[in-house]
Design a protein around this ligand. Structure first.
Ligand SMILES: Nc1ncnc2c1ncn2[C@@H]1O[C@H](COP(=O)(O)OP(=O)(O)OP(=O)(O)O)[C@@H](O)[C@H]1O
Ligand SMILES: [Mg+2]
Length: 234
């Protein structure tokens, strides 16, 4: 079983979108629980249309008090557990990170976003200190332009890599289909390509992301610790 936790103190970084993309992709192979720990319950709202895959369980009553219990229970029921948290760094983030096999830090391509991402790395480092165990984590660049690599993005990537921060090879591109999942409350596979532009490209992007997550989970290589240099970027 694996627990994957999405964190980023920056609101709108793409946590919920990436978490839902990953969860729905993984359900093609295994049963998944998604713990919607954002008090706004965006995943529960998405599932309320009744179009969620049968092997996707949504837990929507998680809070600071019960998050450890909810993750533990979910891990007993399904091989994959995904936790989506609200933006603000708080105790619940530390608690969820303490249970993670992989922490994903979604980040958009601006300097401000990158600085916020290093706040997330601080949380990982804090948790590592508290628990004495290394936490596997990786930054996920989100909402990137599939056609153009901006200078800012290249600069941010160099900064992260130079500081030894792992970054997913796969980026989640800015795609109408990823927004449409929420507006139509469907999985990518259930969207209509006549209504949603570039659906196939979005699906290929989602699949590449899920495959890379599975690959990271199975790789023995853990990050030693969140590098101090990266944390100092904040
Ligand atoms: N790859 C993407 N392509 C297109 N739109 C995206 C993408 N990722 C996120 N968005 C849009 O950006 C907005 C914020 O995304 P999302 O809700 O996933 O961020 P979040 O980090 O979960 O935010 P919060 O901190 O408020 O929980 C949403 O309107 C979403 O539809
Ligand atoms: Mg969210």
């Amino acid at each position: 079983m694996s627990t994957i936790v999405f964190i980023s103190p920056k609101g709108g970084a793409g946590k919920t979108t990436a978490a839902l993309i990953l969860a729905t992709q993984l359900t093609r192979a295994v049963a998944v629980t998604i713990i919607d720990a954002d008090p706004n319950r965006p995943i529960a709202a998405w599932a309320s249309a009744g179009k969620a895959p049968k092997n996707l369980t949504i837990v929507s009553d998680a809070d600071e008090e019960n998050i450890l219990e909810r993750i533990e229970d979910a891990a007993k029921r399904t091989p994959m557990v995904i936790v989506d948290l609200e933006g603000t760094a708080a105790k619940i983030v530390l608690l969820a990170v303490s249970q993670a096999d992989l922490v994903i830090v979604p980040t958009q391509g601006s300097q401000l976003d990158a600085e916020q991402a290093s706040r997330a790395l601080k949380v990982i480092r804090q948790q590592e200190k508290m628990s004495g165990r290394a936490v596997k984590y990786s930054v996920l660049l989100t909402r990137t332009n599939p056609a153009i690599r901006t200078r800012t993005m290249a600069h941010i990537e160099r900064g992260l890599m130079g500081a030894g921060v792992p970054i997913f090879d796969t980026e989640l591109h800015e795609r109408e289909a990823f927004r449409a999942m929420f507006s139509f409350r469907r999985t990518l596979a259930d969207l209509n390509s006549a209504e949603v532009g570039n659906l196939e490209k979005a699906m290929a992007n989602a699949e590449a992301f899920a495959l890379e997550v599975v690959d990271q989970l199975s790789s023995k290589r853990g990050n030693a610790t969140a590098p101090a240099a990266a944390v100092e970027m904040a």
